[in-house]
Design a protein around this ligand. Structure first.
Ligand code: AHG
Ligand code: MN
Ligand code: MN
Ligand code: MN
Length: 337
């Protein structure tokens, strides 16, 4: 047979990030690697609990409401707690912002490091109880020089993030990461307990055939969005219409968009004046990854990564994905006001 023995040169996420730091030379201290190790651990813990959720009474509501007025699921709370505990204990963080916590956490001096982590501990909560893909999203800033770590260290444009990523809990756990030098995807080998490089240098195809919007909101959509959707559903000049795919977990919808191409959108509309997705821990990290993978992320009129946040839980309109598809969408904003 032509079967090969298993490779003895496996590239783990930690090895890959370290290699990146070696390349940067003296500037690298290994702190980011250690912080990413803590994040990997939380993803493994969450992945394990997602797998067992039905068996260990982890489905359903926790009984509390978060600052956005959403009912928290048990897994939202568990995922938030593991992340806060692990990130604090890493000794590498100064400020933490979570979807599930009204206020930012300023880390006490004993544990203080130089990074700020903004995160959505469990994305796609509405899909948990149906066993559909969910995820974790994170973005990382470095505190400003001289800062001891305050809220102003995270009220900065997404373009100033030093790293961003997500883990998708699906048929396997996939961690997708950028430290500002392209995007790589890693798959959790459950037997090893390690994320292994499986998707090196992810690039979004320049054009796709899939659109991913919650069209149930169509009656609220602004005219540019309606017109754009019509243009891909009823194309002229003999082209085929686009396929619709919408999971309702941003992580899963964006992951598919990265691999297959196309456009993901959650626009602001007549009902949700700023849209639904949160700027700091949903839009920014995904926009950072999108640009690093050669795609575009816009509000329709403005580059997402250029937005300067004024509060930690603010929302924004999001369109991201294949360059040509997002440019097509943006044209409708230019022509229809
Ligand atoms: P979360 O579960 O973290 O609150 O995020 C839910 C978000 C996002 O995952 C998804 O893209 C969007 O909400 C889906 O919203 P609709 O159910 O309104 O389509
Ligand atoms: Mn939520
Ligand atoms: Mn979310
Ligand atoms: Mn969430």
């Amino acid at each position: 047979s032509n079967e090969e023995p298993p490779s003895t040169d496996i590239i783990t996420l930690t090895r890959h990030v370290l290699a990146d730091q070696f390349r940067m030379g003296a500037a690298a201290t290994g702190d980011l690697t250690l912080l990413l190790t803590a994040i990997q651990t939380t993803s493994k813990f969450i992945a394990t609990n997602v797998r067992k959720a039905r068996l260990i009474n982890l489905v359903g509501l926790a009984g509390e409401t978060n600052v956005q007025g959403e009912e928290q699921k048990k897994l939202d709370v568990l995922s938030n707690d593991i992340m806060v505990n692990s990130l604090r204990a890493s000794g590498k963080t100064a400020v933490l912002v979570s979807e599930e916590l009204e206020e930012a956490i300023i880390i006490e001096d004993r544990y203080k490091g130089k990074y700020c982590v903004v995160f959505d501990p469990l994305d796609g909560s509405s899909n948990i109880d149906a066993g559909v893909n969910i995820g974790t999203i994170f973005g990382i800033y470095q505190i400003k020089p001289e800062s001891k770590g305050t809220i102003s260290d995270v009220l900065r444009p997404g373009s100033e993030m030093v790293a961003a990523g997500y883990t998708m809990y699906g048929s396997s756990a996939n961690l997708v990461l950028s430290t500002g030098n392209g995007v790589n995807g890693y798959t959790l080998d459950a037997a090893l307990g390690e994320f292994i490089l499986t998707h090196p240098d992810i690039k979004i195809p320049p054009r796709g055939k899939i659109y991913s919007f919650n069209e149930g909101n169509s009656m609220y959509f602004h005219q540019p969005v309606v017109n754009y959707l019509n243009s891909i559903k009823y194309p002229t000049n003999g082209k085929s219409p686009y396929s619709a795919r919408y999971i309702g977990s941003m992580v899963a919808d964006v992951h598919r968009t990265f691999l297959y191409g196309g456009i993901f959108g959650y626009p602001d509309d007549k009902k949700s004046k700023s849209g639904k997705l949160r700027l700091l821990y949903e839009a920014f990290p995904m926009a950072f990854l999108t640009e690093q993978a050669g795609g575009i992320a816009t509000t329709g009129t403005k580059r997402i990564l250029d937005i300067v946040p004024t509060s930690i839980h603010e929302r924004c309109s999001v369109f991201l994905g294949s360059k040509d598809d997002v440019l097509d969408l943006a044209k409708f904003y230019e022509t229809v006001k």
